[in-house]
Each structure stands twice: as structure tokens, then as C-alpha cells.
Write a protein that binds this ligand. Structure first.
Ligand SMILES: [Zn+2]
Ligand SMILES: [Zn+2]
Length: 236
């Protein structure tokens, strides 16, 4: 016995497979292939250097075009979930429907599989960029930061996940964070104050089983008192 679509009554064919009683064409018609939780997305974009912020991290981009590409591959997929019996295999690409700018309409093509048929399915988004000055540009402008945590040779995925958790759990910590700068085999986290850096260093040390090494460097005076910059390195 063949499988029939409950909506159009057609029998399953290799081109138009019926899965869970619904054929591919009816899934498309009914808009059931992909579940999109958000179609208007906002990101901070530095009006000086063009970097874009995704989550807690500033990504190195230098133009609207690069920022859009980063957003498409690094963030947009999390707003799209597969519909019933659909597998999302990845992002095939994207096309701009309007000029890359502070507000850009964009089609993102998701590669999906349904009953053995693979397809590229477009989803339209509007990406808004908020013009801001990124922490790095502010830091460079002022030459000021009070503390830096240096992490080296630590599994990046695990570190990323832990940092995400710590920053979303503690808004104050996030507020005191100036920047996360990638370095060859690790990252540097810059802070406005010693307290926040110490607090995060302690948490990272205990979660990752690392030792804390602190160093001070004199960096001139502030209101007549010597000013010290704290540098913390976490070592296995
Ligand atoms: Zn059908
Ligand atoms: Zn910037």
C-alpha cells in the first residue's frame, strides 16, 4: 500500500515524498518546513571600526557586508528550527534583498532534507544594526583599562560556553567587561575594574581547574595617586 498525503491525496513519489502523512509540496505550501522564531534581528555595530557584536563577543568585521555574513553564519541559524520530519543540514548561502546598510533585508537559504529530498529553502530576515562605539574603540581612544585576564591553551569551545554562562548569569560582570580580544592560542578579557576581573578569574579557575597568577603594572597617576593595572593569567 502506498502512502498518501492527507491534504492533497497524492501518493508518495521520490520527487514529492510523503512523510508522517504529508507530502513535501503540502509542507512547503503550508509553510511547515522551517519554524522561524524571529525575523527581525538587531545587533550592535561599531560605527568606527565596523565590528559587530554577537552575544557577549565582538566579531572582527569591517563593513556592513562582512557584518551581515558573520551574522548569517554565526547567529541566524539559532532562530530557525526544523519542522516535522525535516532535517536542517546547514546554511547554503544568502542574498541581499536591499543594499547592505543599517537596515538590510536578506534571504538566508537553509539546506534541508525531507523524505530523502534535499532542498534549499529561503527565509527572509530584516537585520538592523545599532550604531555604537565598540569597547575596543573606546579603550583605544581613552587608553584606559584597569584589568586584563589572559587565558591560554584552553579548549575554546568549553571556554566559550563557560564565559557565556558566567556573563549571562551576572549582568554586572558583563557591564564591567570592556572587550574580549582573540590572541593566537587564547583570549584576553579586558575590564574596567579590578573587582570584576578578580571575580571572573576566581570562577574560571574553579570551573576549569586553573591556577591564578596576578601581576601589577604601574601606569601613571590618577588624582595624584599611583595607578596600577592588574594583569591576571590563568594557568593549567
Ligand atoms: Zn500533499
Ligand atoms: Zn570599534
Amino acid at each position: 500500500m502506498g502512502r498518501y498525503c492527507i491534504y492533497c491525496g497524492r501518493e508518495s513519489t521520490p520527487d514529492n515524498p510523503v512523510v508522517n502523512n504529508v507530502c513535501l509540496e503540502c509542507r512547503i505550501k503550508r509553510g511547515e518546513l522551517l519554524i522561524v522564531s524571529r525575523r527581525e534581528l538587531r545587533y550592535d555595530l561599531c560605527k568606527i571600526c565596523g565590528n559587530v557584536r554577537i552575544g557577549y563577543r565582538w566579531m572582527n568585521t569591517h563593513s556592513f557586508t562582512e557584518a551581515l555574513k558573520t551574522v548569517v553564519y554565526r547567529d541566524i541559524p539559532r532562530y530557525v528550527k526544523p519542522g516535522e520530519a525535516v532535517t536542517i543540514k546547514g546554511v547554503d548561502g544568502y542574498e541581499l534583498l536591499s543594499e547592505a546598510n543599517w537596515r538590510t533585508r536578506i534571504n538566508v537559504y537553509f539546506h534541508i532534507e525531507y523524505g530523502g529530498v534535499e532542498k534549499s529553502v529561503p527565509v527572509e530576515f530584516i537585520v538592523y544594526f545599532n550604531p555604537v562605539k565598540c569597547p575596543r574603540c573606546m579603550m583605544v581612544e581613552s587608553g584606559e583599562y584597569e584589568a586584563v585576564i589572559q587565558l591560554r591553551n584552553i579548549d575554546r569551545r568549553r571556554l566559550d560556553r563557560i564565559l557565556m554562562e558566567e556573563f549571562s548569569r551576572d549582568r554586572r560582570l558583563q557591564r564591567d567587561l570592556i572587550d574580549v580580544i582573540e590572541s593566537g592560542n587564547g583570549v584576553d578579557l579586558y575590564f574596567y575594574n579590578h573587582g570584576a576581573a578578580r571575580k571572573l578569574a576566581r570562577r574560571l579557575a574553579s570551573r576549569l581547574g586553573l591556577r591564578i597568577m596576578e601581576n601589577y603594572e604601574q601606569v601613571g597617576q590618577r588624582s595624584g595617586k599611583p595607578r596600577a593595572r592588574l594583569s591576571i593569567s590563568l594557568k593549567p
